[in-house]
Design a protein. Sequence first.
Length: 336
Amino acid sequence: MPAVLADPMTLPRLPRLGREGTDWRRVAKVVTAEKHLEGEGFQVRRPFPSVNLAMADPFLLLDHMGAVEYAPGEAKGTPWHPHRGFETVTYILDGAFQHHDTTGGGGLIADGGTQWMTAGAGIQHIEQPPPELVAKGGLFHGVQLWVNLPRSEKWTKPRYQDIHPGDVRLLSSDDGSSLVRVIAGQVGGFDGPGVTHTPITYLHATIAPGATLTLPWPRDFNAIAYVLSGRGTVGVEEVGLAEGQLAAFAGSHHQGETDGLMLHAAESQPTAGKNGWEVLILGGMPLREPVARYGPFVMNTRDEIVQAFEDFQAGRMGTIPAEKLPHLSERDENLS
């Protein structure tokens, strides 16, 4: 799992949080990701939306792709498809994915790179493994997050951000044992490169076996942790969390001087997690707005969803070659 590696001892350190005076967020719920088939038939693990967690406002969907070792001819992607009303954030830990959209944005996302696509008023895009991965096979591992846009930003102009691995802000835990990658937002006074419409924080942490990672956290943000590989515990109550599981933290009680998250990696990690416990840590300011969603469109009202279908069929979400134009149907409801 390359996803940008560094020696934590050489990096700026996060502030040390005191056991006293910190309002430690407690775990409200643990969710095990469900398996789904997406696009042209590749499998994802999806902790939300699900029966147990409808959404994590302002986040709409989280898909975990892999880790999988593809045989020749096995790698698959998605056909051209539209989006409106939110942002897709695709983070590739191992292997590569190609993205192209109708604004001209796109390129190869590989080994720690992130594609941040703001669909806004409407866009079409395609996500495919590169030809060499299809031909030869190989390791692939990534995640895609959908971030809702507030009502005032639903009609913003589509935008594409290519965040190279070298752009990611690298930090160390307060004791120098663990590596934290800041892709977007802010933690401990350090900013990530991702430019967001909705206030969020997006982190990927590698927590050394047996080590504890503590993070200062904004009081008005929610917080979730999703395990990419390995095992450990979250919260001061030490709730167990393993690969494919997500912990949703409870809101702040405003009892301490600052809010904090606590994660502790197990001393013994699976072979795949020999470098440590790999965890995505996400948070954002809840929008608390009505959500109307159907397939690739997320708006505030049913009428806006109907309008999105009409605009797509009328060609108002960008133009791709006629022979590749997609056709929406009920089976496209979960396109990502």
